[in-house]
Design a protein around this ligand. Sequence first.
Ligand code: DAH
Length: 356
Amino acid sequence: MSSLVDSLATLVASARAAVAASQSLAELEILSAELLGKKSVLATSQKSLASLTPEERKSAGASVHETRQILESLLADKRTALEGVALAAKLESEALDLGDVVVGSVRLPVQAGSPGIVALTQVALEDVFVGMGFEVADGPEIETDWYNFEALNIPPAHPARGMWDTFYVDLGEPETVLLRTHTSPTQIHLMREAVRNNSLPIHAVMPGRCFRRDTPDARHLAAFHQIEGLVVDEGITFADLAGVIENFTREYFGPDITSRLRPAYFPFTEPSAEFEITCTICRGDGCRTCSHTGWIELGGCGMVDPAVFAAVGIDAERYSGFAFGFGIDRCAQMRHQIADMRALTENDVRFLRRFS
Ligand code: DAH
């Protein structure tokens, strides 16, 4: 009996040392099986209780039980400690030091974006016109029929409406609200505002997005950009218009590119003209792009029709004016020799990088 107690005391001492020495959870599990398993000293001691007298069994049994508790708590404490160490090691190995990635030798493959060629062209055009004394204004992309057509002397069912295939917005009466088909309605906004504020004259350009039910091709997009010009003052003549167009052409395209006006029809100007510039591809010699004429059409222009002045309440006896409008995307295409306009909306980085 006393030998059993002695051997249990020895067991606790050697177990304490072995547990303290174990380095990993795996090692500890093996030790745990040795100390508490079926073949352990503890299990043998437990079995040997059967051969003792009831008296002896009581106190020896208590010793075995106490020993088991000591061993179990030694193992549990060590297990907790080793788990803590393992977790700390895992966190350390998985930690992501962002400072290293950004500051160190690894360079993130991120590139900042830059304005597209249409936006750059718009700014360049604005600069030219601002240099000639124009202000820059803008207007809404969603318009009523009145602004987009009627006030521009294009009444309902007027055949000229066929010039603009219109996207209508499902709002109010059918076909009364629409995506503007050109920037010309912004002229109407400016003139009405000037009448309201008694702030004539007007010298303004109005860039912006327009929409037409066109099938995109090499020279057309359904959503495109125009820049509109409007001058309303006393004594304005067609010669002023021709001078502004010519100045602009040389400023923007270069001194070897010139302009010419050809008679045309627009409901809101009278007389009206189309303005053409020297083909920027062949410099006037004639090529496929200009159908061998040496000229490329850029936009429309003319003297503001008295019917338009009447719609906005400007006295056509006192004031006269001219207007013009042309495609910004078309300008970019001509200046940068972009073969197919659809490249402007495809976001192919190889194309975008040409202009960044
Ligand atoms: N708004 C016309 C179009 O989109 C272009 C235009 C022609 C504008 C003559 C004008 C103008 O201001 O006077 O086809």
